[in-house]
Design a protein around this ligand. Structure first.
Ligand code: PLP
Length: 352
């Protein structure tokens, strides 16, 4: 608290990011990072760019990256917006597209940054409860509203909606913007990008942080029809002309074009998810179906907080949310098989 703070800053409840402890031999399964490194071609491109050219500002439009993404997704480059991580893209969408007279709707159990952006930008919102099976039901979003945002797959549950459900939602609200946050879509979800051509109210947001293993580079993007992208550009150009630096632009292009690395590593993550699912099941956990690079699981006989604490004592960290309805769940990022084995061994000592 300080008398120098603006009234807005006094009112903010900031997001708390998952911790990044520097501890030897830690099994870090708390922030849904990819256990495999980024594409070697991305690293080589970043190294090559790290020279004298850094004295120059980067391309404010990140043209080569938008073109690479457009080619990959079969859209036009001017239907692509890029930002400093999808969090920044989301922030611009909240400010530029989701702030209307009616309340913004999103699930009650979802990415906890959404209410934070609402606080920052003064957006009224209503949380729509996920159902008893912890799934989003798009028919629950039928009422009047200003706009809608939801992740697909949802976080932290990991559950995915089929494309038909997203289509129904988007078509039920032709006069509202619907943002689909696809941070985890590459691990088994169905992307809504193919719907963009026919739906002027749909914005799809993705990231390089998860399936491309570049959380440290900070690159995210949005796909939408031109008028939606222009709104994001207007916000961006009123905030920071250069959200992506030179290293991020070339690294992201090389990563995006290395489809072999992308396919191999996401395949490994999905195979490890199945293996972890079976091991947790054997220990008596209830696990939600997951199309993401994490699982959300609870043990009927143990409190989530106790399990998280017990794991930490054995140098394994997972994410625990002290929030009603999910306080007994652990959100466990998919690590390598060796990391998952360490987790299971530690859990065995706790649930025995
Ligand atoms: C649902 C969801 N959306 C967006 C993000 C932000 O990712 P980034 O800013 O690293 O692109 C995250 C990060 O964990 C997330 O879980």
């Amino acid at each position: 608290m300080s008398r120098f703070w603006s009234p807005l800053v006094h009112r903010l409840t900031p997001y708390v990011a998952g911790e990044q402890p520097v501890v030897q031999d830690l099994v870090k399964l708390n922030t849904n990072e990819n256990p495999y490194g980024p594409s070697p071609r991305a690293i080589a491109a970043i190294r090559a760019e790290a020279g004298d050219g850094l004295r120059l500002y980067p391309d404010p439009h990140a043209t080569i990256l938008r073109q690479a993404i457009a080619v990959g997704l079969g859209v036009q480059a001017d239907q692509v917006f890029v930002g400093n991580g999808s969090d920044e893209v989301l922030a611009h969408a909240f400010q530029g597209l989701l702030n209307h007279d009616g309340p913004l709707l999103f699930p009650d159990i979802t990415y906890s940054f959404y209410p934070v952006y609402c606080g920052l930008y003064g957006i009224a919102y209503r949380e729509i409860p996920i159902d008893a099976a912890m799934q989003v039901d798009v028919d629950d979003y039928a009422g009047p509203c200003g706009a809608i945002i939801l992740p697909n797959p949802n976080a932290p549950t990991g559950s995915a909606l089929p494309l038909s459900a997203i289509r129904r939602l988007v078509e039920a609200h032709p006069d509202q913007v619907v943002v689909v946050d696809e941070a985890y879509v590459d691990f088994g979800g169905e992307s809504a990008v193919p719907l963009v051509a026919d739906h002027p109210n749909l914005l799809v947001i993705q990231t390089f942080s998860k399936s491309r293993s570049l959380a440290g580079l900070r690159v995210g993007f949005a796909i939408g029809q031109r008028h939606l992208i222009e709104a994001l550009e207007r916000v961006k150009d009123s905030f920071n002309s250069y959200p992506l630096d030179r290293l991020a632009i070339v690294g992201a292009v090389a990563s995006y074009e290395d489809t072999g690395w992308f396919e191999e590593t996401r395949g490994r993550v999905m195979a490890s998810r199945q293996r972890l699912f079976e091991a947790l099941n054997e220990l008596g956990f209830e696990i939600l179906p997951s199309a993401a690079n994490f699982v959300f699981a609870r043990h009927p006989a143990h409190r989530g907080a106790d399990l998280a604490k017990g794991l930490r004592a054995q140098s394994v960290i997972v994410r625990h949310f002290a929030k009603p309805r999910i306080e007994d769940f652990l959100r466990i990022s998919i690590g390598t098989d060796a990391q998952c084995d360490r987790l299971i061994a530690a859990l065995k000592t706790l649930v025995a």
